[in-house]
Design a protein around this ligand. Structure first.
Ligand code: DON
Length: 571
């Protein structure tokens, strides 16, 4: 309670007092602490950050702490933390001076075909694509965490699973945020309709839990113990696998035992770009995040962003023009690179220059006329990011998800585990937007064993060859633009990390043709943009950035105040 209150108070008090003199708040604030040794963990749940910090205190490295945090989030942040989903991890290893990108994104079941989500009239069937077992990709989180830990961690799988097992078995105090989403019409209806999920998230007769009560998840504890005793095989061929397949067969899902056995993590070369002397390392496909982050930074390098200033109509206009072009490219060129050749020139400086020729400081370029469908994509608060840096100089940036909040809303009976609805990230029908209003084409068409295109953008920025900033965000289609703006806030506007994370955000994704603004830009800026011809849409908060900056020996953390109960923990 004390921590939540201090987060709220800090958030309110800190706005007028931002300065670049570090540190800006006293040691111990959970939202923006600074520490000169030991490392730091920032996640969307303070209790999970503390699990990671405890691992660092035991002498574990950033990968150990990241995996333990990710597993703990699977218990304490059930709408996004997961075993039944997938994600991406970017790691920096100090000793080898090397970055690694781990793609543990879900894969389409082998029986999935291009028209999977089309109805008899050839139209996109939203219910099938988002809320049926057909929407589930083969989950990658367990394999991804195990892969990262066994190759780059120092502790055992059993050790990093232990805190998650304890949280599932003994329970944890339900924060306001969890109680609230479970009580909301949308999720109460969705989750109570699924008997296994209803048993976990509601009391008898689907009565809701209140904040402050304890949530015990016995089935999930069983699943985690299976993982601890039998390794990831429990999930991909053993007892957990059998329960997944049984439920798929019973309720019309496509995932077979063979699909689970065939699941593989892809270790990839991270994408590397540069921005005015900083090195930017981020996720290659099957996420579009790194590609478009670097593409947009390349384009922006040619504009006087700093002089135009944060939040000015000119800066917002240039950002919107750049974003439109990146999202237009995304719809055509981006897909799983194991299936489709993504043009490498998208991240070249030369290509950025060519695109910039079409951008004018005065004129708004109208978006093409493509049927926009859902004009204001709803951002389900589900994906989650966490960042870790340790005292050895290593860093981990991880974003993972079930796709929507609580995924498909379907739980695999006996496992306590929600299953993702990531198959909706494929382009089901050219010209028809998905749950985030995103369009796609051939590159991202459904195909067996292919990974649906993601926007997740776990990123590490280097300054003077050292990891400087570790961050990422949820937010569906708005992840990439959120990450872009936080990066610019630091690199161009010279904000400290708390200021960079707190500042208002905007978003344009080419189609629909609207400029989304969070509150806080000011009505004069909004007027100028409207006069330029923009159609403005006042958005609810965008993203939830969990970030660390390391300056000299100091770690500075910032947990995004946009979603409650996030926190920075130190060993
Ligand atoms: O991979 C993606 O891009 C989406 N499945 C992410 C969904 C998401 O971020 C929702 N959260 N706010």
């Amino acid at each position: 309670m004390k921590k939540v209150v201090s987060l709220v108070i800090f958030t309110i008090l800190s706005f007028p007092f931002f300065s670049n003199d570090l540190p800006i708040v006293e040691y111990g604030s959970i939202n923006h602490p600074v520490i000169d040794d030991g490392g730091m963990v920032v996640s969307q749940r303070m209790i999970a950050s503390e699990v990671g910090a405890q691992i660092l205190a035991q002498g574990g490295n950033a990968v150990d702490a990241a995996v333990a945090t990710g597993l703990a989030l699977a218990v304490v942040l059930p709408r996004a933390g997961n075993l039944g989903g997938g994600g991406f991890m970017v790691i920096y290893l100090k000793e080898e001076d090397k970055t690694i990108a781990i793609d543990y994104r879900e894969k389409a079941p082998s029986a999935a075909t291009r028209d999977l989500f089309l109805d008899e009239n050839g139209d996109y069937d939203r219910k099938k694509a988002q809320f049926s077992l057909l929407s589930a990709g083969v989950p990658g989180s367990v394999a991804g965490f195990h892969h990262a830990l066994t190759r780059y961690g120092t502790l055992t799988w059993e050790e990093v699973l232990q805190p998650a097992i304890k949280l599932a078995e003994d329970g944890f105090v339900i924060p306001h945020d969890l109680a609230n989403t479970l009580a909301s019409k949308r999720y109460r209806e969705r989750l109570s309709a699924d008997p296994a999920a209803a048993k976990v998230f509601f009391k008898k007769n689907n009565e809701i839990y209140s904040a402050g009560e304890i949530l015990v998840q016995k089935d999930l504890a069983w699943t985690l113990k299976q993982l601890s005793q039998n390794g990831p095989e429990a999930f991909y061929s053993g007892d957990i696998a059998k329960l997944i397949v049984k439920e798929m067969e019973r309720n019309g899902g496509l995932i077979t035992l063979q699909d689970l056995k065939n699941y593989n993590v892809a270790e990839r070369q991270p994408l590397e770009g540069s921005y005015k002397g900083y090195k930017v390392v981020s996720m290659p496909p099957s996420s579009s995040g790194g590609t478009h982050l670097i593409q947009m930074l390349n384009m922006l390098e040619d504009f006087p962003i700093k002089e135009m200033g944060f939040g000015s109509a000119d800066t917002i206009h240039i950002l919107a023009e750049v974003m439109k072009r990146a999202y237009a490219d995304r719809s055509k060129y981006l897909g799983d690179s194991d299936f489709y050749k993504v043009p490498s020139s998208l991240v070249s400086k030369k290509y950025a220059k060519a695109l910039n020729k079409e951008i004018s400081l005065d004129q708004v370029t109208p978006s093409n006329e493509v049927s926009p469908g859902n004009p204001y994509p709803y951002e389900s608060p589900d994906t989650t990011h966490f960042s870790v840096m340790d005292s050895y100089g290593n860093a981990v940036s991880n974003t993972y998800t079930l796709n929507f909040s609580y995924g498909s809303g379907k739980m695999i009976p006996g496992t306590g585990m929600l299953i993702n609805n990531e198959m909706d990230d494929f382009s089901s029908k050219p010209g028809t937007p998905n749950g985030y209003g995103l369009l796609g084409s051939e590159a991202n068409a459904i195909e067996g064993n292919k990974r649906p295109l993601s926007s997740m953008t776990p990123t590490i920025i280097f300054k003077d060859q050292k990891p400087y900033m570790v961050f990422g965000s949820p937010g569906g289609s708005r992840i990439i633009t959120t990450v872009l703006q936080v990066a610019l806030n630091v690199m161009e506007h010279e904000m400290n990390i708390a200021q960079a994370v707190h500042s208002p955000r905007m978003h344009h994704q080419w189609l629909p043709e609207v400029l989304m603004l969070e509150k806080g830009f000011g009505s004069d800026t909004e007027k100028l943009l409207e006069n330029k011809g923009y159609k403005l849409y006042q958005s609810s908060t965008m993203g939830s950035v969990q970030a660390i900056v390391k300056e000299g020996n100091y770690f500075y953390g910032s947990a995004d105040p946009r979603r409650p109960s996030a926190g920075v923990a130190t060993p």
